[in-house]
Design a protein around this ligand. Structure first.
Ligand code: EZ4
Ligand code: CO
Length: 402
């Protein structure tokens, strides 16, 4: 079954998405997501200029061989641009294979392991009162697990907090905006936030928090200890993870569970973290870590070491990725949780999906494939708009991790 056409669709229904559509000689099509927030066009060029010419004429059924061809065959391995491109091809080919088999993707992977994927939503507020109101709203909407982020009293703009009344969205149109950071203020304030949330909402909701790579291992150990009374589901990205051994310093000193990996590209980024059981949840995604094929490798290694999945699911992963991930979550034995930031309604004008939120879970339908389709004519109504993630500075102006 030859691949006869492959094209990249770039659109901005609310935010930028890069989508790959592969067509085969018998008319079956598959979709993959290649979105790399703030660096979208680099992946478009990687696909259009270097990958797609090699795909035409290949057998669409040979998913594994195509993965190896694009990974080993490129000579220049790994990295977010390469791996997002490989992922898009991989997910599109899994979509095609599942459609040909007449099965929803989770059946092809090994079948259903659970009714739905437990998801967590993003409650946030500029003030503690706003954050508490947001938690109440997520609870009322049926969320069982809630991430809580709150502005700092003396800092103008911090990670994870919406600007106005709309939902939090990290990318901004135009050049990178600047945010501020103060580690001492943060370390003092966050435990107060969770004390208040537990006092108000009790032990029922599962609570999560994202540190977003800003602390040293020693500071992260302090925060982990201070949060222990509030029994978090996880503390995410406590410190930048390039130095995987650094997590030993955190792990030995706190029982607050740790989740890492939303910016990882391959199993090599998390091998030590998993093998030494330095984390509890691996957040690598189908989109940025090489597709369904490579996420299976990561999840299998994680499973050997009692690490569970907790895949990234922010709005900069398109509905195509979310669709594929809900199938993966439905099957994977060592599933933990799935992040869910719902896309804006305008995104739904371009992408149709077969998953739905139900009572705190994401549940996939039974359409063959991953169940997500794109309306190319509608996509053309929403052309690409340059946008960037923010950069972050300490109060003295020093550039910091965002
Ligand atoms: O900052 O997806 O856990 N979620 C996150 C996200 C990331 C964005 C980056 O584009 O950390 O909000
Ligand atoms: Co995160």
């Amino acid at each position: 079954m030859k691949i006869t056409d492959a094209r990249v669709i770039v659109c901005c229904p609310g935010r930028n998405f890069v989508t790959l559509k592969i067509e085969t000689e018998d008319g079956v099509t598959g979709l993959g997501d290649a979105t790399l927030n703030g660096r979208e066009l680099a992946v478009v060029s990687y696909l259009e200029d270097h990958v797609l010419p090699c795909l035409i004429g290949r057998d669409a059924r040979c998913i594994e061989d195509t993965w190896q061809y694009l990974y080993r065959g490129a000579y220049w391995r790994r990295g977010p641009v390469t791996m997002a491109a490989i992922s898009a091809v991989d997910v599109a080919l899994w979509d095609i294979k599942a459609k040909c088999a007449g099965m929803p993707l989770y059946q092809l992977l090994g079948g259903r392991s659970r009714g739905g994927a437990l998801v967590y939503g993003h409650a946030n507020g500029r003030t503690l009162d706003e954050a508490l109101a947001a938690v109440a709203q997520f609870k009322a909407e049926g969320f069982r697990a809630i991430r809580v982020q709150c502005g700092l009293p003396d800092i103008e703009k911090v990670y994870g907090v919406a600007n106005g009344d709309g939902p939090y969205e990290p990318a901004k149109k135009g050049l990178p905006p600047e945010e501020q950071w103060s580690t001492p203020d943060y370390l003092r304030f966050v435990p107060q936030v969770f004390a208040k949330v537990r006092a108000e909402f009790g032990n029922g909701p599962l609570l999560l928090h994202d540190v977003h790579h800003r602390l040293s291992p020693n500071e992260a150990a302090r925060l982990g200890q201070d949060l222990e009374p509030y029994r978090l589901f996880w503390m995410e990205d406590p410190t930048p993870a390039e130095n995987q051994a650094g997590f030993r310093l955190i792990r030995q000193r706190t029982t607050t569970p740790l989740a890492v990996g939303e910016i990882f590209n391959t199993v090599w980024d998390c091998k030590q973290l998993i093998e030494e059981q330095l984390i509890d949840y691996i957040r690598a995604t189908i989109l940025h870590a090489g597709g369904v094929t490579h996420m299976r490798t990561i999840a299998a290694l994680a499973g050997l070491h009692q690490v569970r999945t907790g895949m990234h699911g922010a709005t900069d992963l398109s509905p195509v990725t979310l669709g594929a991930q809900v199938h993966f979550d439905t099957w994977v034995p060592n599933f933990g949780i799935q992040e869910l930031m719902l896309h804006e309604p305008v995104t739904g004008e371009v992408f149709s999906c077969d998953y739905r939120f139900e009572d705190g879970y994401l549940v996939t339908g039974d359409k063959p494939g991953h169940g997500v389709e794109i309306d190319e004519a509608k996509a053309a109504d929403y052309p690409y708009e340059p946008a960037y993630l923010p950069v972050n500075r300490l109060t003295d102006g020093t550039l910091w991790d965002w």
